[in-house]
Structures are given as structure tokens and as C-alpha cells.
Write a protein that binds this ligand. Structure first.
Ligand SMILES: Cc1cc2nc3c(=O)[nH]c(=O)nc-3n(C[C@H](O)[C@H](O)[C@H](O)COP(=O)(O)OP(=O)(O)OC[C@H]3O[C@@H](n4cnc5c(N)ncnc54)[C@H](O)[C@@H]3O)c2cc1C
Length: 378
């Protein structure tokens, strides 16, 4: 069990205040927004129900260049140049044109938080009326509000998103002690009819899990079976819902970034770099508003356009997510083998990286100024 650092009971003092920017959610998206506001001079408040880095929200795998560009290498645990994919009829090794790494969640969040300049408070967000956010410690009024709260989209205009009817996947993993050299994926219907299993080594620990694109399919038993099949213990569980469709990135005077805006990529369920990427974009828009060089209305429009500009890539990946489970297993094995050519892999994985490219970190300016190639086009 993770150590609970969050204050409880009487230690949870009332929190009633105003601020310029209220960022709800202190994980990838929220901390990326805060980072971009570091020299804004604004009163920035970040809130989360847990302490920063207390509750890991993923297997923590990311293209290495994102860690490098954000100066987060100290959190890196292990790097992979290949992806090993197992199916019932074939195992293929894909040599990647760029590397992928696992990192330590607590350490990464700590390093990212150090890059910002903000006040942090633990509080559970319950809802919002206009520019007032209601928390279990009181009401906070803010000129600008960011929802980086993950899949529930707590601050949206309507009802919160509810599984299993929403466009959500579900994922669960265990974190046994152990090691390995390979980043492995299983596309195998004996584990999950639509989805995949994974094992990501991270130094002294493995992160072994199963994700289902069908939210009605329960993943606990297959996760435990996969861990057992690879000779690992079923300990230290971590799981969540994962959105697999874009949602409006702005609504009713609120910015949404990361899972709250459905920014996790369909098919691969990779949502960390996109949460960072869209978080940076929100931060840059707000920075210009706070500097007086852009109106709030313009910033909303520009960020919404930026998010929508990625819709084609997300639709294409959702199409693949729906297609793969329908392909007969032998045909799938043959197709995966056929895709092993160096040229094809470079093309496919480089296009995939373009959806949220690490060069965006140093691009430095508002979201709208980006070239088309960065927006997921070809
Ligand atoms: C099992 C699993 C493994 C995954 N592995 C990977 C992976 O290896 N690589 C990858 O790229 N993606 C992975 N993902 C997807 C990835 O975890 C998400 O896309 C990513 O975490 C989204 O980041 P975020 O900042 O938007 O939201 P989150 O990381 O979910 O953060 C939301 C924050 O909001 C806080 N919060 C939520 N509700 C409230 C509330 N009411 N009040 C106050 N605070 C609140 C939470 O405590 C949390 O800190 C995985 C997902 C799952 C479920």
C-alpha cells in the first residue's frame, strides 16, 4: 500500500480563498500547466486530493525524449529500443526509431513541480458554480480554472462522466519486485478480447497489466493470470478508467487538459506525453492572457482549435483500436510480421510520435503558432 501523506480529519483545515489561476489536479497535465506559469507573477494555486506524486496513475512509460526535453531524466528507471509483441501465433520484435523509458511517478511529479512556482493544497474537488470551485475544504474563487482531474471531468458543464457507458477503457496493473530487459505487449484474446496486456520493467520493479477497450470487461483476473504466467507476484495493484475519445477542451469558462479532455491516445492508451503536451499548451495560452497580450476569449478559442487540430489522428487511432480485435489471430500474426521492416517501423512510429512531439517542449510559444506537422498531420 502506498504511504498516505494526505492530511485527514482534523488536520484538514478550511480552505477558502481567491486566486488568479486554479489548477485542479496535480499529475501530468496539471503540473505541466503550472510549469508554464512559473514566471507569470500570477497567484497560482494547484489542488489535488493527494499529495504531489502520492498516488501513481499509470505504468509510467513515455518516449525518452519527453523526459529529456523537460529535464526529468533523474526520474528515469529503464530505457528500451525495442517493443516485443506476443500473439498466440507469433512473437515479433520491433526496433523503434526512438526509445521509450519507464520512470518513477513520485520522482517525476516532484521534479516537474519544482519547475513551477505555485501554492499547493490537498483538497477534494466536488464541483463548480461559475468561477467558484467547491472542495471538501471550502470554496475557491479563481479568474482562470483548469480541470486536470483525469477521466471524471469533474468541472464540466454537465454530469460527470460515468462508466461503463462512456467512451472509456479500463486498465489494471500489478507492481511486483523483479526485473527484465524487454518492454513486452500481449495481443491475445485469452487475456482480453479487445485490448492488450503489458509488462514494463522499471529498474527493480515490473509493471504488469491488462487494458480492455471494452469498459464492461473486467481486467482483474486476466491481470493476475498474466502476472502468474510470466512468473511474477500479484502485488501492489494500480488501476483506473482511461478515456479513448477526445472531449471538448474548453467548456463553460474552464480549460481541460489530459484525460479530462480525452487526450489519452486510443489504441495504445498512451496518455502521459499527451497530458504533458496539452498541459503545456494551456499554460502557454494562460501565460499570454496574464501578460495582457491575449484576451481570455482568444485563449479559449486558440486552445480549443489546437486540441481539435489533433482530431484526425485520434479518429484514426480509434479506428485501429476497433479494427485490431476483429482481425483473425493468424492474420494478425502475419500482419505484425509483415510490419517488421525497418522502413515501415520508422514511418509508423515517427508518425505516431508526431501526435504529441517532444520538440513542443522547447517550441515555447502559444499553441496556435505550431506548424501542421506538430498537429498530427503528415
Ligand atoms: C493501468 C494503467 C496504466 C497506464 N500506463 C500508461 C503508460 O505506461 N504510459 C502512458 O502514457 N499512459 C499510461 N496510462 C494512461 C495515463 O495514466 C493517463 O492518460 C494519464 O495519467 C493522464 O494524466 P492526467 O494528468 O490527465 O490525469 P491523472 O494522471 O489521472 O491525474 C489526475 C489527478 O487528479 C487528481 N484528482 C482526481 N479527482 C480528483 C478530485 N475530485 N479532487 C481532487 N483531485 C482529484 C488525482 O489524484 C490525480 O493526481 C495508463 C493508465 C492506466 C489505467
Amino acid at each position: 500500500m502506498p504511504t498516505r501523506a494526505t492530511k485527514r480529519g482534523e488536520e484538514r483545515t478550511p480552505l477558502e480563498r481567491d486566486c488568479d489561476v486554479l489548477i485542479c489536479g496535480a499529475s501530468f497535465a496539471g503540473l505541466a500547466v503550472a510549469r508554464e506559469l512559473r514566471s507569470s507573477g500570477a497567484d497560482v494555486l494547484v489542488i489535488d486530493r493527494y499529495e504531489i506524486g502520492e498516488r501513481q496513475t499509470s505504468a509510467c512509460g513515455i518516449p525518452t525524449a519527453w523526459l529529456e526535453q523537460l529535464d526529468l531524466q533523474r526520474s528515469l528507471r529503464q530505457t528500451f529500443g525495442e517493443l516485443v509483441i506476443h500473439t498466440p501465433h507469433a512473437t515479433v520484435n520491433y526496433r523503434l526509431p526512438w526509445t521509450f523509458s519507464t520512470f518513477d511517478y513520485r520522482e517525476l511529479c516532484g521534479l516537474l513541480a519544482e519547475q513551477g512556482a505555485f501554492t499547493f493544497e490537498t483538497a477534494k474537488v466536488d464541483g463548480r458554480s461559475g468561477h467558484t470551485v467547491h472542495t471538501d475544504r471550502g470554496d475557491i474563487r479563481a479568474t482562470h480554472i483548469v480541470d486536470a482531474l483525469g477521466w471524471r471531468r469533474v468541472l464540466g458543464a454537465g454530469e460527470n462522466i460515468q462508466p461503463p457507458d462512456a467512451l472509456l477503457s479500463r486498465g489494471l496493473e500489478v507492481h511486483p519486485h523483479g526485473g527484465g530487459q524487454d518492454m513486452e505487449v500481449w495481443i491475445d484474446r485469452s487475456y482480453v478480447p479487445a485490448g492488450y496486456g503489458w509488462s514494463f520493467p522499471a529498474g527493480a520493479e515490473l509493471r504488469i497489466g491488462v487494458g480492455s477497450f471494452d469498459p464492461r470487461f473486467h481486467v482483474r483476473e486476466p491481470t493476475e493470470r498474466l502476472a502468474t504466467d510470466v512468473g511474477s507476484e500479484t502485488v501492489r495493484y494500480q488501476g483506473n478508467w482511461i478515456p479513448h475519445a477526445l472531449r471538448p477542451a474548453t467548456e463553460d469558462g474552464v480549460f481541460f487538459a489530459g484525460d479530462s479532455a480525452g487526450h489519452c491516445l486510443p489504441l495504445t492508451a498512451e496518455g502521459i506525453r499527451t497530458a504533458l503536451y496539452f498541459g503545456l499548451a494551456v499554460g502557454r495560452e494562460l501565460r499570454e492572457v496574464l501578460a495582457g497580450s491575449r484576451s481570455t476569449a482568444d485563449a479559449f478559442q486558440s486552445y480549443a482549435r489546437f486540441s481539435d487540430g489533433h482530431a484526425a489522428a485520434y479518429r484514426w487511432m480509434l479506428h485501429c483500436q476497433r479494427l485490431v480485435p476483429r482481425v483473425a489471430p493468424r492474420l494478425l500474426a502475419g500482419s505484425l510480421r509483415a510490419m517488421q521492416s525497418r522502413r515501415f517501423l520508422d514511418w509508423a512510429f515517427n508518425h505516431y510520435l508526431e501526435v504529441a512531439h517532444p520538440r513542443y517542449v522547447r517550441a515555447g510559444t502559444g499553441a496556435a503558432a505550431l506548424p501542421v506537422s506538430v498537429l498530427g498531420g503528415s
